[in-house]
Design a protein around this ligand. Structure first.
Ligand code: FAD
Length: 379
């Protein structure tokens, strides 16, 4: 998919930095709406990303029907199991709890959809610097986005969406975040191919297994696809302790090439996510769910809110950042404390009453817990 042609016209209405799920969704929506849109992605797709690969039902409900990943490979999930102190508690849902995917395929699928809607995709473009709106090379009121790669053309855009993930630079360059890694949880995962005939995974395809690890303020998991398993550990501690927990949890199981870790930023709602015409979404805005480490629901939700802010900014001739900050306050900041208390309650339940945990986790996946707010943009 790499675009190697020299860009002749390097000015766009919107530059989206990062071609992960959050960036691809807003790029698809904006391009369809008529914004000239470019996605700047440092890697060449398909690329891997440490992740469990589970897209919950509530996250799927936020994708427009024509971006539904059901058309690609994936495993419908109906069974959720919590295993604690050698006891196992299972919940079988009548409806689908979500879809299990390999992230490299899913992310590539979404980015291709954005390209299909008219967004330009520039892979191998690593944002190095972002200059405040000004008049550059005759482009008025545009941000200038500079690449780290030599001989790569600068991009000019009236709006910039930072969808560059937990370690992205947009927030820092745009004056919204400090440099370095902000306080966050962490997760590590690996995908192990078992083959379809393997005894472990054969009957479990479409099952999520969770192993509460209260000492780490987190949990481990095995998510079973057809012929593969995604296993990992997440929690509040550093990669060293997580790796130790991982080795203990999966000792004696099929060996893999080793897990990779990545931050799980969840404190973003305490900060602003928009300034002038720069908006942060997804992990770049720090929107991971603090109990489960689920990030895709809020990645999609923030992409939809940012898209709404862009449209309003065009109509009202206002800065998109101010509009987005008000939406962000309502949908993320005001919900933050209840979500944190809810996360604490669920962690306590994992210790005190694990039998009820699978049902509560299923409710979270369907956005039916009391601390979650309904958000249904497509109905
Ligand atoms: C171990 C682990 C397990 C997880 N499991 C789940 C799960 O099962 N379900 C779930 O919902 N969530 C899960 N999450 C969270 C989920 O992976 C993230 O929330 C999600 O990927 C966020 O999407 P995003 O588009 O915001 O960012 P990302 O997916 O991180 O995409 C950001 C993109 O920006 C690009 N980029 C970064 N910097 C630059 C730059 N300077 N210039 C250009 N491009 C750049 C990156 O290459 C990347 O492609 C998990 C996270 C971890 C760490």
């Amino acid at each position: 998919m790499r675009e190697i042609r020299q860009i002749v016209d390097n000015k766009f209405d919107l530059a989206v930095v990062g071609g992960g799920p959050a960036g691809s969704l807003i790029a698809a929506l904006a391009a369809e709406e008529g914004f000239s849109t470019v996605v700047l992605e440092q890697r060449i797709m398909p690329r891997s990303k440490p992740c469990g690969g589970f897209i919950s039902a509530r996250a799927l409900s936020l994708l427009p029907p024509d971006l539904d990943p059901d058309r690609g490979p994936g495993e419908n999930v109906h069974t959720l199991r919590v295993i604690k102190s050698a006891r196992s508690f299972t919940y079988c849902s009548p409806g689908r709890l979500g879809l299990l995917v390999k992230r490299e395929h899913f992310d590539h699928f979404l980015l291709r959809q954005a390209a299909g809607k008219g967004a330009r995709i520039l892979e191998g473009f690593t944002l190095r610097d972002l200059k405040e709106p000004g008049c550059f090379s005759g482009h008025v009121d545009c941000y200038r986005l500079e690449a780290a790669e030599e001989k790569t053309t600068n991009i000019f855009a009236r709006y910039v969406v930072g969808a560059d993930g937990a370690l992205g630079r947009c927030g820092f360059l745009g004056g919204l975040r400090k440099t370095g890694i902000n306080p966050c949880a962490r997760g590590l995962s690996e995908l192990v191919e078992t083959g379809t005939g393997h005894a472990v995974g054969k009957d479990k395809a479409g099952t999520l297994e969770f192993y509460p690890l209260p000492g780490l303020g987190g949990m481990g998991w095995s998510f079973y696809g057809s012929g593969w398993v995604n296993r990992g550990v997440g929690g509040l501690f550093g990669p060293g302790l997580l790796k130790k927990a991982y080795r203990e949890l999966f000792a004696g199981e099929l060996p893999g090439s080793g897990p990779s870790w990545w931050p799980l930023p969840f404190l973003g709602p305490l900060k602003k996510a928009g300034r002038k015409n720069l908006l942060l979404i997804g992990d770049a805005a720090g929107l991971v769910e603090p109990f489960s480490g689920e990030g895709l629901f809020n990645a999609f939700k923030s992409a939809l809110l940012a898209f709404y802010a862009l449209k309003k900014a065009e109509q009202l001739e206002l800065e998109a950042g101010g509009i987005y900050n008000r939406l962000y306050q309502k949908h993320f900041k005001s919900a933050f404390l209840p979500t944190l208390i809810g996360a604490f309650a669920l962690h306590s339940r994992a210790v005190l009453n694990p039998a009820s945990l699978p049902r509560h986790m299923a409710s979270l996946m369907n956005n039916q817990l009391s601390f979650t707010r309904q958000f249904k943009p497509w109905t």
